[in-house]
Design a protein around this ligand. Sequence first.
Ligand SMILES: Cc1cc2nc3c(=O)[nH]c(=O)nc-3n(C[C@H](O)[C@H](O)[C@H](O)COP(=O)(O)OP(=O)(O)OC[C@H]3O[C@@H](n4cnc5c(N)ncnc54)[C@H](O)[C@@H]3O)c2cc1C
Length: 412
Amino acid sequence: MRVAVIGGGAAGQLAAIKAAENGHRVTIFEQNEKLGKKLFITGKGRCNVTNAADREGFFRHVVRNPRFLYSAYAHFDSAAIMQLIETAGVPLKIERGQRVFPVSDHSSDILKALEKTVRSRGVDVRLNTRVSEILTNGGRISGVRVGETVEPFEAVILATGGISYPSTGSTGDGYRFAQALGHTIVPPKGSLVPFETEETWCESLSGLTLKNVTLTVYNIKGKEVYSELGEMLFTHFGVSGPLVLSASAHMRHMDSRKYRLEIDLKPGLDEKKLDARLLRDFEKYANREFKNALVDLAGQSMIPVLIDLSGIPEDTKVHDITREQRMRLLRLFKAFPVSVSGKRPIDEAIVTAGGVNPKEVNPRTMESKLMPGLYFAGEVLDLDAYTGGFNLQIAWSTAHTAGQAVLKEEYQ
Ligand SMILES: Cc1cc2nc3c(=O)[nH]c(=O)nc-3n(C[C@H](O)[C@H](O)[C@H](O)COP(=O)(O)OP(=O)(O)OC[C@H]3O[C@@H](n4cnc5c(N)ncnc54)[C@H](O)[C@@H]3O)c2cc1C
């Protein structure tokens, strides 16, 4: 049977491999000049292929609709994709947090391995080819339209991705196709996305990376919604980096509610120990002006901001600083405040939350419940996870199921 796979990203390529292994004549339509353009930029060019956490660990990191993935993950988990990639000649390594990368640290190796496997299965790869419509006849899939041409297919696997980083080709076509065939689209929003902040001084810290800090996020009611130790950075618009991106997945109501961030700049020291440390430094620099007394405790660019927020005049002699002033400074180190004014645009989000409603898709086959012969794989579905390789694992697991189940009478 003829199967069209729309989209040659992570999901489209794996779905094509599996469908071809099942004896179908498979064509990948990819509008870019090459396969896997987004995959190339993943993991800062290193491609965090998956996460080697156990089943429980995987599902703890899936934010939306984890139950929908139970069957797909059971059939094709992180060990399965690791085996497929290593068999294709790319050795992998497991880093901190169980994140899996190629030993070479080059995403291009993952791309080459996938493409080699795609081609070795006899898949017809059509680059620079944008599908403009999915066609039906008598209530089932009959083909796709490419430019002026209609091409017949018995099944379509829709693997067009989300709408973040549209320069990689994920421009939302899949949502339009699915909608035209009766599916509902959960409104897409950016997830794993940097924040803009109200504080203008963030700009003066632009480029500063904070390592080993704890970021805590509170909602407007003062409830803690996220707290984690790690790395973050200041940018010209606000804050970004791994901690911030992960936090954003927990901040679901950015449009209607405000959030407050607190950064513990010294998570290794409790308040008592930090106070002892401050007293020691203040003793050491007792005759200096306050502006010259923080050199051992804070980075150069951070000092003016700390001084400003502490409310202690910078030319105060250190021996004149009162206990109350010292406590204010201590609170700044333990709970450095940042107010979020909004998320960066969805274009800059790592993943799209929202998409084709999984309620209308059979989780055991990825086939549409509304249109026989239409299958889904990857980010086009309303599924997303935290950083750490989990989003690609969602693409692999759903693609494997779609590729295995396509046009099969029975697939469990
Ligand atoms: C900067 C960045 C870093 C990331 N790093 C990681 C990471 O390290 N680990 C991780 O797990 N996840 C990471 N992600 C997320 C991950 O890349 C995505 O979740 C994943 O690529 C989704 O795969 P996909 O195949 O569903 O979609 P995509 O990779 O977006 O592929 C969709 C493809 O469909 C094509 N297409 C769309 N419409 C049409 C059409 N009409 N006709 C023909 N072709 C079409 C597009 O050109 C595109 O190539 C990262 C994302 C970004 C943006």
